[in-house]
Design a protein around this ligand. Structure first.
Ligand SMILES: [Fe+2]
Ligand SMILES: [Fe+2]
Length: 199
């Protein structure tokens, strides 16, 4: 019973923090998807759900605010992040999860921090949140359903496929790729022919 009340309180506070129903609905779907994937793979489902609820706390901040708030907390800002501050919502979200929601579990914080550009080193819980965020049912692209069923069967294969899919998308749209995403693609053995060259 206590957990139910806690979850409702958490959801209410996340909703107030986000201040936008569209983003809140995505967060709730991501939390559900993360819970399902974690349970499916014998991982800690409540941790996955918590990471899902808190993953986008800074997603609606402006680029200038993301940079200011990261500088304030001495969160490293690389050249890619300076150019594309939106990706900073992931590490800043992990900081906000600690400060505003008193969540200090390093596994949960790691999953939040890596959910946007991924990383060469991804724990199973990191993968669960990354995949849940990319594959929650509100995402609208043709491969989603197939990738979701792959994620239910095999987290690593799903990481490889989702990373490959994002790289193709970014290349098509001529959007630069974060170095961490390229490192993740190499770590998960994404076909090198699909890796765009760093510019
Ligand atoms: Fe995000
Ligand atoms: Fe998200």
């Amino acid at each position: 019973m206590k957990r139910g009340i806690d979850y409702v309180t958490l959801a209410r506070r996340v909703r107030a923090h986000l201040g936008q129903e569209h983003r809140y609905a995505h967060v709730v779907r991501t939390a559900r998807a993360a819970d399902l994937l974690a349970a499916r793979h014998g991982l800690n489902a409540p941790k996955a759900r918590l990471a899902g609820m808190l993953h986008d706390l800074a997603r609606l901040y402006t680029g200038a605010r993301l940079i200011d708030e990261c500088e304030l907390r001495r969160i490293p800002i690389g050249a890619f992040e300076r150019e594309h501050p939106i990706v900073l919502h992931a590490p800043l979200g992990a900081a906000l999860a600690q400060e505003a929601f008193a969540v200090h579990d390093p596994e949960v914080l790691s999953a939040i921090a890596k959910h946007t550009v991924a990383d060469a080193e991804m724990s199973p819980l990191d993968c669960v949140l990354y995949l849940a965020d990319a594959l929650e049912p509100g995402r609208d692209y043709p491969e989603r359903a197939e990738l979701w069923s792959l994620a239910c069967r095999d987290l690593r294969e799903a990481m490889r496929a989702v990373l490959a899919n994002s790289l193709s998308y970014l290349a098509r749209k001529k959007i630069p790729v974060a170095p961490q995403t390229l490192a993740a693609a190499a770590a998960f053995h994404v076909d090198r022919g699909r890796l765009p060259s760093l510019t």
